[in-house]
Design a protein around this ligand. Structure first.
Ligand SMILES: NC(=O)c1ccc[n+]([C@@H]2O[C@H](COP(=O)([O-])OP(=O)(O)OC[C@H]3O[C@@H](n4cnc5c(N)ncnc54)[C@H](OP(=O)(O)O)[C@@H]3O)[C@@H](O)[C@H]2O)c1
Length: 337
């Protein structure tokens, strides 16, 4: 009996040590109030995005849930309004897998909303398929859609500065790479459609998030818009919904035991969005509410610049000319291009 009890106690202690040292993340300690400020959170009908939107609403921000599915988003608006006690929570349609939808969202937003203080590029997908414009799904949604969205909204962010762009990346960016030849020929960073390719495509798209943050910060240097990327931790959300049944069955017990809940998973995003004094760290990467070093490729400024330029030319002609007119118009005065 005593051996059995010792084993149980050992397992519990091992679990607690592992949980508190590896899985449990830091907490955002900012007490910032956001009354009069406006935030966009992409992919905020569920998971980390919904938890982030709820926290921002509780702080008094006007929060735009930028989501693709109206029914799910309206249910989230209802939940967040009820929990936060704020009516300043609204849904706006955004499908990051459609460049047309991204442009239409930006147009509506710029026409109807006078402010933008926080842009939280949170939406993410891990799975097969192609976007409406023929790009690989993970690359198209996680990076390209956010790239276009951010550029279309930069002028408003600048007008409302100091403002921030927060890109939710992932630790898995460390395993990512960027194959420019493949991107040019196949509109994707991987070739093939197996589950393994989906994971690789996800890693690559997350490296793009990190590189995008770095290059954006470089282009915005000395400006009142700052930009951060982050790993939110390992969180029990719907991100793995495209996994096969047996993969999910294996994952669920581990997730229940070790993974953070979405509220815990939103903490580093909130830290990057709200923490005072981190502005000089623009372009850098955070985890567990603290500055972290990115993988070697994520620190490569040449790669970041090349990716930016390659993406700008990947966008269809109409998008590129629209982007350039806004981008050049805004940046011309800064002479940083
Ligand atoms: N969970 C983790 O352990 C983990 C770890 C590292 C990084 N992350 C990152 O954290 C972010 C949030 O993920 P999560 O874990 O909260 O996953 P989630 O629960 O699956 O939420 C993802 C959100 O993105 C939205 N989305 C997907 N495709 C979209 C599109 N084409 N247009 C607009 N929105 C779209 C989803 O909308 P629908 O509900 O309509 O599909 C959903 O609202 C992602 O960027 C993910 O890569 C998560």
């Amino acid at each position: 009996m005593s051996v059995f009890l010792s084993c149980v106690a050992g397992v519990v202690v091992f679990y607690l040590i592992l949980y508190y040292n590896v899985f449990r993340g830091g907490r955002c300690t900012s007490s910032a109030k956001l009354t009069g400020k406006t935030a966009i959170v992409t992919g905020s009908n569920t998971g980390i995005g919904k938890a982030t939107a709820l926290d921002l609403a509780k702080r008094g921000a006007r929060v735009i849930l930028a989501c693709r599915n109206q029914e799910k988003a309206e249910a989230a608006v209802y939940d967040i309004r009820r929990e936060s006690g704020s009516n300043e929570v609204v849904f706006m349609q955004l499908d990051l897998g459609s460049l047309k939808s991204v442009r239409s969202f930006a147009e509506t937003f710029l026409k109807t909303e006078p402010r933008l203080d926080l842009l939280i590029n949170n939406a993410g997908v891990m799975g097969p398929g192609r976007t409406e414009d023929g790009f690989g799904m993970a690359f198209g949604v996680n990076h390209l859609g956010h790239f276009l969205l951010t550029n279309l909204l930069l002028g408003r962010l600048q007008q409302c500065g100091p403002s921030r762009v927060v890109n939710v990346a992932a630790l898995l960016h460390r395993f990512g790479s960027v194959d420019f030849a493949l991107l040019a020929s196949q509109k994707d960073l991987v070739s093939g459609g197996s589950a393994w390719h989906s994971v690789r495509a996800y890693c690559n798209s997350k490296l793009c998030n990190v590189l995008f943050s770095r290059e954006l910060a470089n282009r915005l240097e000395g400006n009142n818009v700052t930009c951060f990327s982050l790993h939110p931790g390992v969180i029990h959300t719907e991100l793995c919904r495209n996994m096969s049944l047996w993969q999910r069955l294996l994952l669920i017990p581990v997730a229940k035991l070790f993974f953070l809940d979405p509220e815990g998973g939103a903490q580093t995003t909130l830290h990057c969005a709200l923490q005072e004094g981190i502005e000089p760290l623009s372009g850098r990467y955070f985890f567990s509410c603290a500055l972290r070093e990115v993988g070697a490729k994520g620190r490569d400024d040449g790669l970041a610049r090349k990716l930016w330029e390659s993406i700008a030319s990947s966008l269809e002609t109409a998008a590129t000319s629209h982007l350039n007119s806004l981008w050049l118009g805004w940046l011309g005065s800064l002479m940083i291009l």
